[in-house]
Design a protein around this ligand. Structure first.
Ligand code: ADE
Length: 242
């Protein structure tokens, strides 16, 4: 996957490229990340990327022209490599990011992410060059960089080969539409709390069942909406009744 990110603060993306799973995935060549600063696409000496809103009001608006030039360049470099680009603007007005959305986007050949700042982006830019808008939740952040990194982290860990065995086991719970079960490691007793005996039993079938039951109970207690969206198997229905 080839990813082009358009941002006034490209250095923020070191959080993704320099640390952990997303860094290793990049070293393994599972994705390429190219950072583009829209200031490089300005014509004036001050490298202006924002201006006052027509109609008045507070804050500044990101101008369409530098962003359009940056997006067109990003798309052209993807197309030159035979990759179909999908242009996404991170915005609180976008469709909520879900596991399903992540799984759909992980198959994109080329992604162009626009991380905007200020009060917003000129609407005409959104209408002419952006394919979709994605939100990471119903709250407003100072810019689209963190949402872009959230989206990229979620996508990159789904690329084949990104996760080792140890990591991918955890993934199952999400694929399952349930919350993850509780985890324990040494010591066997901490603050007077013992590790559930079944986990020390060595009985793999019982451990699997206990974990599934814990996932179901946790999901029912904390996120009943997830259970409502999902058909229970016979085993799951029984585990919830026990
Ligand atoms: N930009 C600012 N807030 C955002 C949010 N919640 N989701 C996506 N992009 C944003």
């Amino acid at each position: 996957m080839q990813i082009e990110v358009i941002s006034l603060f490209p250095e923020m993306f070191a959080a993704l490229t320099e640390h952990g799973i997303t860094s290793r995935a990049r070293q393994r060549g599972l994705y390429q990340l190219n950072l583009i600063n829209p200031r490089e696409y300005t014509q004036d000496v001050h490298h202006t990327v924002d201006d006052r809103p027509y109609g008045g009001g507070p804050g500044m608006v990101m101008m369409a022209e530098p962003l359009a030039a940056a997006i067109k360049d990003a798309k052209a470099s993807l197309q030159a490599r035979g990759l179909t680009p999908t242009v996404i603007h991170l915005s609180p007005r976008g469709q909520p990011l879900t596991h399903e959305k992540v799984m759909a986007l992980k198959d994109c050949e080329g992604l162009v992410l626009l991380a905007s700042r200020y009060e917003g982006v000129d609407q005409r830019l959104l209408e002419s060059l952006v394919d979709e808008e994605v939100s990471i939740g119903d709250y407003v952040l100072s810019g689209g960089e963190l949402p872009a990194m959230v989206l990229l982290d979620a996508i990159i860990r789904q690329l084949p080969g990104a996760l080792g065995d140890a990591d991918s086991a955890q993934e199952d719970s999400f694929v399952n539409g349930l919350l993850d079960y509780p985890h324990y490691t040494r010591p066997e007793v901490f603050e007077g709390l013992a590790v559930p005996p079944v986990l020390l039993s060595g009985h793999h079938a019982k451990i699997r069942q206990w974990r599934l039951q814990q996932s179901l109970l946790l999901t029912r207690a904390k996120r009943p909406d997830l259970l409502a969206e999902r058909q229970l198997t016979k085993e799951e229905a029984r585990l919830l009744k026990d």
